[in-house]
Design a protein around this ligand. Structure first.
Ligand code: ACO
Length: 461
């Protein structure tokens, strides 16, 4: 089927407004005052002051930390939909406007002009690097991509059909066993090196997981290549012939890595921070982040999207899938649709949408799943169920189609996400380590179990 038949329809109006929203964000005045709200329990006659905290952008927050002491109540917020868990300068999202900033830079600008390693530098260090700084950073990352040879025997312990996310989680966690002399979290240089090692080694481990699953011999990282090219070589090069790398494929992967690099306090980053709050080592923290990312409601969605598109199979079956997604009893949701924070078109999805067309056209891939995806998107964007709930395509709706075009198998999709998100995870972990307000994360609960009762002997039950 000719490619032109899948012509992209314009995005919904809300997305077009994003540029304006961005301008108003840039112009927003930074306010820092100590005003507070007063909360009064009129029955008990108790009062507390809730200080209003303001960041550089976004909604103000009420500091509720004194409520239990002053009023005798805890606060309840299942899923943390209304609660800020920390102060952070790494990324900012305006979910209503569809805006994402890394260290203040709009994702659209980074996607257009930057590279993944430059973005990783930005996330970790807070500023864009000079040429010298970027060269030095690339050099350091490149020279920490090798794994200890003992990893080979560790890898052999996994069954050939182990899921690569299971392997990635185990292998990353095991890094602590190799660098136990280098885990003084009070030493800034050791913290920095741990972050670099994670960023450098995650593609090596990811490619090794893939090769193990298909029975290919391992491939060492090549220092003469950049981050993405090196990863693609480790993934696809066979000993018998050199790999001819397609620059379009490499560029597309670099872009996907940029778009997935960070997303403020999402489930996996919050997991990294929660584990980090205990003083656990960074390898354990990032392994925990990988475990959280694996879930189908989070990073596992890209794998689930492709499975869903294949299950739908034909464009003419899209209407039935939409009906099933609207039926609460079907247990079926449109994977790649909806987002906890974005109540507008995910800005990353808008970029990937364009990229998917370009990549598939330039690689000459005629994937019928693209037409299913486009039909599904258009049908959902016109359907009142999705419109009224502000359910738009998220970053993962299209990313799987690009991965598929790059010959990356479905089980590896979430691993690709993890490679990119490692940049964000280590940036947050480093930030947390020097946060003077950081405390061990310890949420409270509303207990709904049995009230205190006496033990009943076994023969009397
Ligand atoms: N398909 C159909 N209905 C949906 C979908 C969907 N994908 N997502 C949400 N809804 C409906 C819910 O049934 C609910 O309807 P109701 O108000 O009638 O009860 C309403 O929309 C709100 O849904 P919630 O689950 O409360 O929204 P929440 O913000 O908690 O969930 C989430 C967000 C988990 C992403 C959800 O939209 C979802 O499951 N999407 C599919 C999975 C997915 O794509 N995840 C990737 C997220 S992006 C990322 O992690 C990189």
């Amino acid at each position: 089927m000719p490619f032109q038949q899948y012509a992209l329809e314009p995005l919904p109006r809300a997305q077009v407004e994003t540029g304006r929203a961005l301008k108003s964000l840039i112009e927003e005045t930074v306010v820092s005052d100590n005003k507070s709200l007063t909360l009064t329990d009129t029955v008990a006659g108790k009062t507390t002051q809730l200080p209003i905290l303001r960041g550089s952008l976004g909604s103000p927050c009420l500091d509720i930390s004194k409520v239990p002491k002053d009023l005798g109540y805890f606060t309840y917020d299942s899923g943390f939909t209304a609660t800020a868990s920390c102060k952070s300068a790494v990324a900012y999202i305006d979910g209503d406007a569809g805006v994402l900033l890394y260290r203040g830079y709009p994702i659209e600008q980074l996607a257009k002009h930057s590279t993944f390693t430059e973005v990783a530098y930005l996330l970790i260090n807070g500023e864009l690097p000079t040429t010298t700084q970027l060269d030095a950073f690339d050099h350091t990352v490149t020279h920490h991509t090798m794994m200890h040879e003992a990893f080979k025997s560790f890898m052999q312990g996994f069954r050939h059909d182990a899921h690569p996310m299971a392997m990635l989680c185990g292998m990353l966690g095991s890094l602590a066993a190799f660098y136990h002399d280098d885990l003084n979290l009070h030493d800034p240089e050791q913290r920095r090196m741990a972050a670099i090692r994670l960023l450098a080694k995650v593609p090596t481990i990811a490619a090794a997981c893939y090769r193990h699953s298909i029975g290919w011999p391992g491939r060492y990282p090549r220092n003469n290549l950049n981050y993405v090219d090196r990863f693609l070589h480790m993934m696809f090069e066979v000993p018998s012939e050199p790999l001819q790398l397609n620059p379009v494929a490499a560029k597309a992967l670099d872009l996907l890595f940029i778009l997935h690099a960070d997303h403020e306090q999402n489930a996996s980053t919050s997991t990294v921070r929660l584990v980090g709050s205990t003083g656990a080592n960074p390898y354990a923290c990032v392994a925990a982040g990988v475990a959280a990312l694996w879930g189908p409601a989070h990073g596992g969605a890209n794998e689930a999207v492709l499975k869903m598109l294949e299950e739908i199979g034909r464009p003419e079956d899209v209407a039935t899938a939409i009906d099933r997604a609207k039926d609460k009893n079907s247990g079926f949701r449109l994977m790649g649709f909806g987002h906890r924070v974005y109540k507008n078109y995910d800005p990353r999805a808008a970029i990937i949408r364009e990229m998917t067309h370009k990549v598939l056209a330039e690689l000459g891939v005629n994937d019928p799943m693209l037409e299913v995806a486009l039909r599904l998107e258009q049908a959902a964007l016109k359907d009142d169920y999705f419109v009224s709930r502000k359910l738009y395509p998220n970053v993962d709706f299209y990313s799987g189609l690009i991965y598929k075009a790059l010959n990356i198998p479905t089980e590896m999709f979430t691993v690709m996400f993890a490679i990119a998100r490692t940049a964000g995870w280590v940036a947050h972990w480093l930030e947390q380590q020097v946060d003077p307000e950081a405390k061990i994360g310890r949420p409270r609960q509303i207990y709904t179990g049995a009230v205190a009762r006496d033990y009943v002997a076994l023969d009397q039950r």
